[in-house]
Design a protein around this ligand. Structure first.
Ligand code: 26V
Length: 824
């Protein structure tokens, strides 16, 4: 037993190899000759997991023994990606694992490639949650992630005839070696039913929720390996299970099939991730998902708290609950219900505890993305919560009324209930009121929160709004994704940057060193070759490694303005055709991103990019100086290949609309120069890298605001005065890219002209082209380009999610690192 015990922990090549063979045979049940790549992936993952378990238990025990204050990050999304390289890298055994596989005649890349990409998120918000988990564990912070174990993650995107088609993403099809099922960690979650009023033991009015349907939430735990493997935190994801009533019930013929049906229906709760779709807003199943995971998480948090405490007075000193957007905001009403109805606390006491425990992060100002659930729906699905929300609202508005007599417009804006049209609960207002801190995700976004959606609340609670500019983990986004550059950096400044990215500033002085510049270029070139091979595999297109890799990778949305980039692409194409003798800087336009399934305009933009690519890529008159590729199924795994290879990073949203962006940070850290608007965190990136090392263009958020306030502008005039824009738009509208359906792009042309060009694509076009021109000119001077690229990498230290998480820990959560004791 003992030798086996040591074997399971051994981190050297021999020990790993022996573990692999043992796992392959005894757990995966395969012979080495019959094993597939997937079998080997499961084998290696299980063996690596062994190396984590002891330290994981040590970490959990240390938190328990110290009764440390924990932070609970409640998020409907965790966009994790693959975990094998991440675990190996954070444990410091990548090379050992590679060698062990080598000795078995296997390639590490093949094994790594067999892991499915865990896409339990849509984009920035979900990936931020995953970066925060890495940062909390890497800094020894007692942080737990809570979310849903979706059976189907974000849909898989394929292009059929250039159009996006969605397929189910079955990441669990072959099992998930990282997770531990916890069938004993099971909480009931209720829906529907009604509320009964009664008198409690001291004759006070009290309420109970009765006749409700019940679903069980079952826990699955995934260890979150911190850098160095000292701290291993927990990501707990809930899966819906039917109650045992089904298993033990007595059925007559008809009822049996009905009961099975009911079981399947109730387990649909954790079936699928919603794809950020406007048509899905107001869907009952989504509300039920939100309540399901929030309720289970709160029950779990209170159970853990009650292991050490008998009253709730200390809850805010032992638990900080961070709401990742409003998706878990119903938790505010739920904690009130648990404290008041189940634990018999007085309302005011419960409210004080609730507010001191919760904090809320806002991630968007887009009105269509602000959650507002119909009152009628909440009344039906969560009747007690609707009462509690009314009560919170009444107490708040009464207090406010007393101060601000008569300003009814203001009161109706502050209300938790939107009374215009169908009555709705404003989840942002609920989250604000029920939290002691509310934050935005970049300096600009936080300012705009104060001026727009939360202006009245900010006046009422001037100390509540604070900024926490987003960050990214340097472990995944530099060390793992870009080994060529990471190794170069480490040879020059040591490896301290991996856990303290501010140290990367030491590279700044290397920007003037020709030898370093040469090596920096070599690393970039290696990554570009890797991407070129990936592009060829995915699209069949051959691209020039020495062209500018001009990259726009993110969800497809009109505000992100992929269209602006497409229009520039067409204009550049025309210029190249008109001037074939000019020596052009070759450009490869790389796009990737998913459109929400019912977002027709975004899907039409995808088709346009594919149509433009078809024309441009097969036109011999541009001599391969321009290529356009749209890579399918953008996800974390694809990002890890694309981002290290980028020269130019497109961050071109309409100013004021991108809350922060985090892809902008990943690209700059990997030595891409940004072409971007003064939006989101671009503003702060410019401050850090310096205005000479970034291409800024376009209107500012204030200018956009003023323009809109003054009734907009006339895009027709702008188009008429810009021949290259006019020509590009005419080509789109007359079918130059869609000879098979000349009217196909009518909706796009319409939106940019008579539609008023809401996202100001035409308004920013000329300045965008000027900035693009400046980038192309700079690229002709490889030494200067590289100097600026190095300065970008060297200036991104502040954008580590370690810094972000530390700011939350100190200013919002009041949690502190705990050093786990590993001697049992
Ligand atoms: C949601 C929806 C839902 C309905 C239809 C349209 C729509 C559009 C956008 C969204 C996104 C909501 C929240 C979100 O993902 N925000 C992103 O959060 C990132 C992390 O803070 C930030 O970097 C991005 O700028 C921000 O868009």
């Amino acid at each position: 037993f003992k030798s086996r015990d040591i074997e399971r922990r051994s981190l050297d090549v021999d020990g790993l190899k022996r573990s692999f063979l043992e796992w392959l045979v005894y757990s995966v049940g395969k012979d080495a000759r019959a094993a597939t790549r997937r079998d080997w992936f499961h084998t290696v993952a299980l063996a690596v997991r062994d190396r984590v378990v002891d330290r994981w238990m040590d970490t959990t025990r240390s938190y328990y023994q110290e009764d440390a204050k924990r932070v609970y990050y409640l998020s409907l999304e965790f966009l994790i990606g693959r975990l094998l390289t991440n675990s190996l890298s954070n444990l410091g055994i990548v090379d050992e694992c590679r060698q062990a596989l080598d000795r078995l005649g296997l390639s590490m890349e093949d094994v790594v490639d067999a892991e499915p990409d865990a896409a339990l998120g849509n984009g920035g918000l979900g990936r931020l949650a995953a970066c925060f988990l890495d940062s909390m564990a890497s800094q020894g912070l007692p942080g737990y992630g809570y979310g849903i174990r979706y059976e189907f993650g974000l849909f898989e995107q394929r292009f059929e005839n250039g159009w996006q088609v969605e397929y189910p993403e079955q990441w669990l099809q072959f099992g998930n070696p990282w997770e531990f099922a916890r069938p004993e960690v099971l909480y009931p979650v209720q829906f529907y039913g009604r509320v009964e009023e009664f008198r409690d033991s001291v004759g006070e009015r009290a309420y109970r929720w009765v006749d409700a349907d019940r679903v069980l939430a079952m826990a699955y735990d995934t260890p979150v390996v911190g850098y160095g493997g000292e701290t291993i935190n927990t990501l707990r994801l809930w899966s819906a299970r039917a109650t045992r009533d089904f298993n033990f019930g007595h059925f007559n013929d008809g009822a049996y099939m009905k009961a099975v049906e009911q079981k399947i229906l109730s387990e649909n709760l954790s079936r699928v991730l919603y794809p950020n779709d406007a048509t899905e807003t107001g869907k009952e199943l989504r509300l039920k998902q939100e309540y399901f995971f929030t309720s289970a998480s709160l029950q779990d948090i209170l159970r853990r708290y009650l292991q050490h405490h008998t009253t709730f007075d200390n809850l805010p000193n032992k638990a900080a609950i961070q709401l990742n957007d409003t998706h878990p905001a119903i938790g505010i009403a739920e904690l009130m219900r648990l404290l008041v109805d189940q634990h018999a606390l007085r309302w005011d006491n419960a409210w004080e505890i609730t507010r001191a425990t919760f904090a809320y992060t806002n991630h968007t100002l887009l009105p269509e993305a602000l959650e507002a659930w119909p009152v009628r729906m909440i009344e039906r699905v969560l009747p007690r919560h609707m009462q509690i929300i009314y009560e919170i609202n009444a107490k708040f508005l009464n207090r406010t009324k007393a101060k601000a007599a008569g300003d009814n417009a203001r009161l109706s804006r502050l209300s938790l209930i939107d009374e215009r049209g169908e009555r709705r609960v404003r989840m942002g207002n609920l989250a604000f009121l029920g939290s002691h801190k509310v934050n935005g995700v970049s300096a600009l976004h936080t300012d705009l929160m104060k001026q727009t959606v939360f202006a009245d609340f900010h006046e009422e609670f001037p100390d509540r709004i604070n900024n926490k500019t987003n960050g990214i983990t340097p472990r995944r986004w530099l060390k793992q994704a870009n080994p060529a550059l990471s190794e170069l950096i480490t040879t020059r400044i040591g490896e301290g940057w991996i856990s303290d990215l501010s140290q990367i500033a030491a590279l700044r002085e290397k920007a003037d060193d020709v030898v370093f510049r040469e090596e920096f270029r070599r690393a970039k070139r290696k990554n570009k070759k890797r991407l070129a091979a990936y592009i060829a595999r995915q699209t069949g297109e051959e691209v020039l490694v020495d062209s500018i890799f001009d990259v726009q990778v993110k969800r497809m949305h009109e505000y992100k303005r992929q269209l602006l980039n497409v229009l520039h692409t067409i204009a550049l194409y025309n210029e190249m055709r008109d001037n074939p003798t000019v020596s052009w800087v070759p450009v490869t336009k790389v796009f990737a991103g998913k459109a929400a399934p019912s977002y027709h305009m975004a899907k039409l933009i995808i088709k346009l990019i594919n149509d433009v690519a078809k024309v441009v890529n097969h036109d011999p008159s541009v001599h391969d100086n321009l290529k356009v590729v749209l890579l399918p199924n953008y996800n974390v795994t694809a990002a890890e290949i694309i981002i290290p290879a980028a020269d130019l990073s497109e961050q071109i949203s309409t100013a004021g609309m991108e809350a922060s962006g985090t892809g902008n940070m990943k690209l700059a850290l990997n030595g891409a120069l940004t072409i971007g608007t003064l939006d989101g965190a671009n503003v702060e990136i410019r401050e850090h890298v310096g205005p000479d090392n970034i291409f800024i263009f376009g209107m500012t958020a204030d200018e956009v605001n003023d323009l809109r306030a003054s009734g907009g502008f006339n895009p027709r005039e702008v188009i008429a005065s810009n021949p290259s824009l006019k020509r590009a738009l005419d080509m789109i509208s007359t079918g130059a890219f869609s000879p098979d359906d000349r009217n196909r792009y009518h909706p796009i042309v319409q939106a940019l002209t008579d539609g008023g060009d809401h996202f100001l694509v035409t308004a920013d076009f000329a300045d965008y082209c000027r900035a693009q021109e400046a980038a192309m000119q700079l690229y002709r001077d490889p030494e200067e380009w590289t100097r600026k690229a190095i300065l970008n990498t060297a200036s991104m230290g502040w954008f580590s999610s370690d810094r972000t998480v530390n700011e939350y820990a100190e200013e919002v959560w009041d949690v502190h690192p705990v050093k786990p004791s590993h001697d049992g």
